[in-house]
Design a protein around this ligand. Sequence first.
Ligand SMILES: [Zn+2]
Length: 475
Amino acid sequence: MRMRSPVLRLAAWLCACGVALPLLARAQGPANRSAPAPPPPAAAGAAAGTAGPGPGAGAGTPAVVALKAARLFDGRSDRWVRNGVVVTAGGKIQAVGVGAAIPPGAQVIDLGDVTLLPGFIDCHTHLSFEASDDYNRDALNRLRRGVAEAAIRATANARHTLMAGFTTVRDLGSAEFIDVGLRNAIRDGVIPGPRMLVAVHMLGARGGHADGGGWAFKRVGEEPGIDRGIASGPEQFRDAVRFAVKYGADVIKVGATGGVLSLSDEVDTPQVTQAEMDAIVDEAHRLHKRAAAHAHGATGAKEAIRAGIDSIEHGSFLDDEGLRLMKERGTFLVPTLLAGEYASGRVVPRHYPPEIAAKAAAAVAQRSATFRHALELGVKIAFGTDSAVSPHGLNAKEFALLVAHGMTPAAALRTAMGAAADLLGLAGQIGTLEAGKQADVIAVPGDPLADVTVTERVSFVMKGGQIWKAGGVEK
Ligand SMILES: [Zn+2]
């Protein structure tokens, strides 16, 4: 591993994606490690415009806030209740329900004809990246932009995501440790954004989805190694896991199969061996990290499932055997339906190289039937969008797709609540409106169980007791 001097490196961002991201990189010091646990709360006084989001916010005793609304969906049942109240103090939920007692002196905020919900959780984002309708232009932009520019743009992506009601994300692949910096800056109250669990980069095989191929040899940098997640053999992959964790990973991400937006692989080919996958998952779990596998093809996905992976991302070509294995083992599927809509050009026509367009078409043609079969079998589903493939801040559009594919609105909502919290290992802290959990509370107009698309118009956002959006206006 050569980590000394700045070199032009290719870094892959990918998932459904896979475009090379060359940036000037250099080794960073030991990362500012952070536990994935929610950060300390800032003052709730932001509601009254008294508490800024700066590093000093949160000092002193936060106010007690009582949120009132026409409806409340706590994420624990299939129904909402009328005239819901959520009392928050010290960044945590103190009481929830119709009869929740409002302590004397509490700041009461009546949000009116809205539905209160737990903050949404997206289990698959890439806040460091952006995609447009033009593949080659995006590739050129990534060549032109330096680390600082990419990081600054990422802060805007984080803000959009938070304002859309997503108070926690699992970010499954970045470059140049931008995700680590972003997570830490958000945690410290320097910039607004969702609570983040980060992967640093995707691990994978040479020439595979994580490798960011498609360029002539050394034309855009050195051949990547473990410091970029590319390894060979079980022992190297163990080291790659250790490297990612050393530099800040909360979760390990592996490219089990080819991807849609990568130029040098086929979408359904397996990309690491069973022995390599076993080593990756075992090492991640030994270090108390969850592991997620990008997988379109059935063979690679099943190898990951057999290795004990915690979630399959995308899962486009999963077969009956693979889905039954997931059901049996409790493996989550993160279907990223929204990514398929965008990558296939259904939302906005996309200008892709022909081999990419063909892979996108093949994946999206199969993924709906696969997802419906997963639902029939009772496979656990967690919410994920692969945002960057779709614009940041439109994450909630995934809900309508889940409902269109057969989920009830309540079940679809819960994929971004308790199910997602469970996948992230944070079920005791986020995911439902319950006393003792983080005060992550959002509001949507109308009734999301009657029309799930109201989730696309989040009007109120509180994260860890701090209010970031009220009356549709961002702080
Ligand atoms: Zn992805």
